[in-house]
Design a protein around this ligand. Structure first.
Ligand SMILES: [Zn+2]
Length: 479
């Protein structure tokens, strides 16, 4: 028996030994690898750090793994891969505060696409935006909760994503995308795939809000009044109620997030301010008095200058816009010319979001970044515009979320400073002096997000500095 047993055990012992012998050195190797950080030194550049009024001339940027280790003149870093910036300007990656990755066909027209197509398109949009220089986006209505998880964990290419998940609003409001013959409470396809929720009453608001945070939402998007690209809501719709808005804020406070509202009018804005909302979209029809109140209460205003002035004001409406939508859009466009002077005069905290939806509209996200200077009589400069789309947005994202709710709490976003996330662009030229140069694709020479290079026109693909820290696989666009 003894002999038999040892014969039986022998193969197991051999296998265990083989596994131990094989695995132990590999783990040690892995550990050793982790101890040696990836260093990338960007030289021969001027640096705009995201907050300064000046560009620093001839400053180097040292990146260690996915953070910025140092920004200074003449940095020495042995073992670093050197990226020669060829005299370009380093800026932080751009942040788009109003995206709709999964609303590919708009709101009404979105019913023509199933969730598979919407997801496939959203993935392409995310990659396109990243390679256009957007290293972070805030997706603010539409079910991007899964895309967010996939991109933020490196499975799919794209910018860092903060997501609201489905928009929340009342029957007949801006998030009611059902048909005219739908019965009360009847689900349409966009509700089934959680791009939008129609909620009525405090209890429904609490239930829907908690579901969003449960599923990884970073904040809530609430339609506090009428909108342009929706069928049933006049622009001055004054619903949801104050109690419903307070319920949304209550849920956000419970879960460490915040509420961002869609709204255009004084009524929509003041009701939301009364409820404790901190993040405001659009707002083109509000009065100067409300602008002053926003400044006083220290809330954030995220505007969409391209969509509201160009798309609505110059008659460039999407095909599916009805006559009603066009009339509402024309009204909003007038407001888009009125509010910029009050924004600047009263010093409200401003960020910029493109509000892109629809097929192949993505390039307009960059056009939108330039629009604060394009609107007639706008007081904003190229420098103001760059701050809105970098450091101000980064500050807002980190100010409004509790650390437990913020996927990128460990470092600063929107700045090129020691300790910040390594989200870095290199431009041919200085966009803080001439914002329009960002519209020429070849002027964006390099895109780095999280320390990884996604676009590099500085050297040939065979050069050792082409991908000093390679991006995850699966990237298809060449830009
Ligand atoms: Zn929007």
């Amino acid at each position: 028996m003894q002999v038999k047993r040892s014969r039986l055990l022998a193969p197991f012992v051999a296998i265990v030994f083989a596994i131990t012998a094989g695995v132990t050195p590999t783990l040690a190797e892995e550990k050793a690898k982790k101890k040696a950080p990836t260093l990338v030194l960007i030289t021969n550049v001027d640096v705009w750090n995201g907050t300064s009024d000046k560009v620093q001339k001839g400053v180097d940027v040292l990146v260690e793994d996915n953070k910025i280790k140092n920004v200074a003149k003449g940095i020495k870093a042995s073992g670093a891969t050197v990226i020669d910036g060829k005299g370009g300007t380093v800026t932080p990656g751009l942040i788009d505060m109003h995206q709709h990755l999964t609303l590919n066909g708009g709101t009404d027209a979105g019913n023509n696409w199933d969730a598979y197509v919407q997801g496939a398109h959203a993935s392409r949009a995310a990659e396109y935006l990243l390679k256009s220089g957007f290293t972070t986006i805030r997706d603010i209505a539409g079910n991007s909760l899964g895309i967010k998880r996939a991109v933020n964990s490196g499975v799919l290419p794209g910018p860092r994503i903060y997501s609201s998940g489905p928009a929340l609003g009342p029957t007949g409001g801006h998030s009611d995308w059902g048909s005219w013959v739908a019965a009360p409470g009847e689900e349409n396809y966009q509700m089934k795939v959680q791009n939008t929720f129609v909620v009525n009453g405090v209890d429904e608001m609490l239930r829907a809000g908690r579901w969003i945070f449960r599923n990884g939402g970073d904040f809530l998007k609430v339609m506090s009044g009428g909108g342009v690209a929706s069928t049933f809501d006049p622009i001055d719709l004054n619903s949801p109620s104050l109690d419903e808005m307070k319920a949304a804020v209550q849920v956000a406070n419970e879960y460490g997030g915040y509420v961002a509202i869609h709204g255009y009018t004084d009524a929509a804005y003041n009701k939301s301010l009364d409820a404790g909302v901190k993040s405001f979209e659009h707002g083109f029809l509000i009065s100067e008095k409300t602008v002053k109140r926003m400044k006083k209460e220290g809330v954030w205003w995220s505007w969409q200058p391209y969509g509201s002035y160009n798309t609505f004001g110059m008659g460039n409406f999407p095909d599916w816009f009805t006559a009603d939508m066009r009339a509402k859009g024309a009204l909003v466009a007038k407001g888009a010319v009125q509010v910029p002077k009050w924004m600047k005069k009263h010093g409200v905290k401003i960020v910029n979001g493109s509000d892109m939806f629809g097929w192949d509209n993505w390039h307009n996200a960059l056009v939108n970044v330039t629009y604060p200077v394009e609107i007639p009589d706008s007081p904003f400069t190229s420098l103001d515009t760059m701050k809105m789309s970098t450091s101000s947005a980064g500050q807002m994202l980190q100010e409004l979320s509790a650390p437990s709710r913020n996927p990128f709490k460990d470092a600063k976003l929107g700045v090129v400073k020691k300790g910040a996330w390594a989200d870095v662009l290199i431009w041919n030229g200085d966009p803080t002096r001439d914002i329009k140069l960002i519209l020429k694709k070849d002027n964006l020479k390099m895109v780095m997000k999280d320390g990884k290079v996604y676009k590099n026109l500085l050297v040939a693909p065979t050069h050792e500095s082409y991908r000093p820290a390679a991006a995850p696989s699966g990237h298809s666009f060449s830009m």
